[in-house]
Design a protein around this ligand. Structure first.
Ligand SMILES: [Zn+2]
Length: 228
């Protein structure tokens, strides 16, 4: 270990719309230089990146992978305990916050290698521009979340969930199905927030308390835009 603290090389080119967005401040890292957001966390071990921004080794069965996974999970819990909800650009294996109360977590620009599980949770989260290589579970959850610009390779489950104020999928691509069965919408569900969501699978909505048209307006399903 070097005596000089090296900081993480992760940075994010902010869109114009992001520059005035203070939502990520107060997190573990915060440096906003013009249109770039820079990570100030110390690097992990001898790498160029901090624990959350470090990529996993290829071999998921390797000891290095397991160690990194444990350290990332430890860091996530530590940050949440300390009300540091900034996980912008984090590279994570999977997220499991089943039955938890998670308020103000920023996972925008993150890469999640597996499932995102918030079953039964109460959650307020930003997943904008994230890449989720798995399913997203919000069954029986109370949820406010933005998935604008996200790419989700699996399915999205909102069965028996309640949308308190908003869930947006503007410009998102969902490769699997979207299950809205028995979804309660107190606020709004938006598939056309600054751009249509593309849903490659099916949409299930039996028992939803809002009508189909309102639910899916603006979404592109099987190449057809709903509402046109
Ligand atoms: Zn970092």
């Amino acid at each position: 270990m070097s005596l000089i603290k090296k900081t993480c090389k992760y940075y994010l080119k902010l869109h114009d719309t992001d520059v005035d967005d203070d939502s990520w401040r107060g997190g573990g890292y915060d440096g906003n230089f013009g249109d770039e957001l820079v990570c100030f966390e110390e690097v992990w071990d001898d790498s160029d990146y901090c624990i959350l921004h470090m990529n996993f080794p290829e071999d998921e069965k390797s000891a290095d992978f397991q160690v990194l996974l444990e350290e990332k999970n430890k860091k996530i819990e530590e940050n949440i305990k300390n009300y540091k909800g900034n996980f912008k650009g984090a590279i994570l294996s999977e997220i499991n916050f089943k039955n938890r109360n998670i308020d103000g977590i920023d996972l925008s620009y993150s890469t999640i290698k597996g499932d995102v599980v918030f079953t039964g949770a109460t959650i307020n989260a930003d997943f904008s521009d994230s890449t989720i290589n798995g399913d997203v579970f919000f069954n029986e959850a109370i949820i406010n979340a933005g998935f604008n610009g996200s790419v989700i390779t699996g399915n999205v489950f909102l069965n028996d969930a309640t949308i308190e104020s908003f869930v947006t999928f503007g410009g998102a691509t969902i490769k699997g199905n979207v299950d809205l069965t028995n979804l309660t919408i107190e606020g709004e569900l938006d598939f056309d927030f600054y751009g249509s969501a593309i849903i490659e699978g099916d949409v299930l909505f039996n028992g939803s308390k809002a009508e189909k048209y309102a639910l899916l307006k603006g979404a592109i399903i099987n190449g057809k835009k709903i509402g046109d």
